[in-house]
Design a protein around this ligand. Structure first.
Ligand SMILES: [Zn+2]
Length: 408
């Protein structure tokens, strides 16, 4: 079977792919940390789709989670057997999405009411990660329609909990011993607009909360209290400046080349304007280059907190939310890197670039157990933003890349 025949079969599925993607956007799958019910409803819908395509085997590996109504977080694995079942090609995508954010900023459509405009599908989760999910499914569907068995077994994993640290998702799946060092693993949860970037390394991640404790008071008598919000803002700015100055190294292997340090979420404090807040909290998302130690970063934060405490009298607490030390990168000469590079050349007609990113994908967990994994997809990087979209063209062409990999 020539690639060209498979490509035209995928091309024929274009509108069906777009429709299936939109069906999934209509079912939000938000983590309990963000007030959601988890991924079960979306997983059920997805299972119907998988069953209608005719995979050889569909498994569930749910992780218990008392915080969601169903008490479980679904992880689905679907297999399409190849001629050689010893080696597997895994495509790992995630079911969960991040919340829509400020809804008024969505200008094309509402977050869960997908809409096609200018050959793009708008909606929360369209790019992150449903585009790749649908592309992986339809690569298999095309082979199935043509009655073609791939060279190696294609295993599609659809995991929960990626946006909140993957404990109930890929980490749970890895514990089930499904993955072997000789497997070929793609995590299509990052990439660039021309489909030419293959990620093999990532930065260390440090997410934390800074809690400032002062004393609540009436806003007309601020002297009776200690404004935790003011101290919190001053501390956040000082911390932001200190970390940027101290961790300023650049590594051109990475995109972007420097460590990123961002104050992000601001926790609500008092309900009324006329109350001086006695407590305040702000969060930071830091992606630190592997040349630095996270322990050094943490000790610098604690030192600055101590200084502020003695200067202001407010108590400042550093509370880690996520701390992930970057694993050893995937070897640039690994089989999956070479195969993917060749498939990208064939379909995308670009010369692939191999490097590192800010990270935080499922790939890190594979690298940690010594299984080479790459992150790749073709996206405009609209994830986690209002008006998130997936280009239909990318949906189709990424499916062709997967089919190429399955056959090569
Ligand atoms: Zn993602």
């Amino acid at each position: 079977m020539q690639n060209q025949e498979i490509f035209s079969e995928i091309q024929k599925q274009r509108s069906k792919m777009a429709q299936t993607l939109m069906e999934l956007i209509r079912i939000p799958a938000i983590a309990p940390e963000n007030g959601g019910e988890g991924e079960l409803k979306k997983a059920e819908k997805l299972t119907q789709t998988l069953a209608s395509i005719g995979f050889d085997k569909i498994e569930r590996h749910d992780a218990p989670d008392a915080r969601v109504p169903s008490k479980r977080r679904p992880n689905i694995v679907a297999y399409y057997n190849g001629l050689d079942s010893a080696e597997k090609l895994w495509i790992v995508t995630h079911l969960d999405i991040v919340p829509p954010g400020e809804e008024s900023l969505w200008t094309v459509t509402k977050p869960y009411e997908p809409k096609i405009k200018d050959e793009r599908i708008y909606g929360r989760g369209s790019e992150d990660n449903t585009q790749s999910m649908i592309a992986s499914i339809f690569a298999v569907k095309a082979l199935k329609e043509l009655g073609v068995r791939p060279k190696r077994t294609i295993s599609l994993a659809f995991v929960a909990d990626e946006e909140q640290g993957s404990k109930h998702g890929i980490q749970h799946l890895i514990k089930q011993n499904l993955f072997k060092p000789e497997d070929l693993i793609i995590v299509p949860d990052g990439g660039e607009g021309d489909g030419g970037f293959i990620e093999i390394a990532e930065k260390s991640a440090l997410w934390f909360r800074i809690r400032t404790i002062g004393k609540q008071a009436h806003a007309s008598r601020p002297g009776m209290g200690l404004n935790a919000h003011r101290v919190g803002m001053q501390f956040a700015l000082a911390l932001d400046k200190m970390l940027h100055e101290r961790y300023s190294e650049k590594d051109k292997y990475f995109v972007p080349p420097e460590s990123t340090i961002e104050p992000t979420k601001k926790q609500a404090n008092v309900d009324a304007i006329n109350i001086v807040p006695g407590e305040d909290a702000i969060y930071f998302d830091c992606r630190i280059l592997p040349c630095y130690s996270l322990e050094d970063v943490i000790s610098d934060i604690n030192d600055l907190a101590k200084q502020f405490k003695s200067k202001t009298g407010a108590d400042i607490k550093f509370e880690p939310v996520q701390k992930t030390v970057a694993p050893k990168p995937t070897d640039a000469k690994a089989k999956i890197v070479k195969m993917l590079a060749e498939a990208v050349r064939t379909v995308r007609k670009v010369e692939p670039r191999i490097g590192g990113i800010g990270g935080g994908t499922c790939a890190a967990y594979f690298r940690r157990i010594g299984v080479p994994a790459v992150v790749w997809s073709t996206i405009d990087e609209t994830a986690h933003q209002p008006d998130e979209y997936a280009k239909i063209e990318n949906l189709v062409n990424d499916a062709k890349v997967y089919a190429c990999l399955a056959m090569s």
